[in-house]
Unconditional design. Sequence first.
Length: 257
Amino acid sequence: MTVVISVANQKGGVGKTTLTLNLGYSLARSGRRVLLVDVDPQFNLTFGLIGMDVLKHEERNVGTVMMREADVEETIVEVEKNLHLLPSHLNLSAKEIEIINAYNRERRLQKAINPILPDYDYVLIDNPPSMGIFLVNSLTASDFVLIPLELSYFGVIGMQLMFNLMAMIRSETNESLSLLGLVPNKFTRQTKVPKTRLRELRETYPEAPILTTIPKAIALEKAQARGMSIFDYEPGGRAAKAFEKLTREVIGLVEGE
Ligand SMILES: Nc1ncnc2c1ncn2[C@@H]1O[C@H](COP(=O)(O)OP(=O)(O)OP(=O)(O)O)[C@@H](O)[C@H]1O
Ligand SMILES: [Mg+2]
């Protein structure tokens, strides 16, 4: 059975793309067939995975697939064994208005990827930092939501916005959407603040599972700048170990191991 997971947070720069990319690599290397979907007009995930080749995808990208102008199978790119990408493109922001005016606008991504779901074990969707039509499509197409967040004051209270949106999606377009968990990112032990915020997070949202914490690590930034996964850039480092642990946790939750 295919599991579709939205990596989402309306707040920018919290690690959505980093999480999608590294969890994607890690799941693929554990033998799962993985499709990454980039619905962010900033196309950071696509650029991280295929670099300047993003320019070749003007006519074949997630936006043209959502508008039925391109075939989904012909649009998917193989990044490495078991790891495929449905790319974004810089024209995706222009597509947004077309999608908003299209029939069945909340379900266009779901319908577009439906025929290829049997080819994959996991579909991970990287979302933009906004609550627009792309995030609505992504959550409508998903079984689970994974929320990376920073342990700052606004990072913690901002979670309520995501929970409100998920409640709306459950009542309007996808009643089986569930929260896989929160992933505290950029964690540092240099001050007591993140630990205090982690406690506040538990107290404020007692129902929300809090998964493996990802440390703040320059290696993650450098890996992203070079378009590499943390497993290629610094295998065995703190960040790679944290992502491996998170992967085992996700597999356990999803596959019930
Ligand atoms: N644990 C970490 N330690 C250090 N740097 C990190 C960590 N996680 C992410 N970063 C860096 O923080 C920046 C933002 O991360 P990322 O692009 O993954 O966030 P995002 O939520 O996808 O952003 P956006 O909302 O713009 O899409 C990047 O430069 C990334 O390399
Ligand atoms: Mg991003």
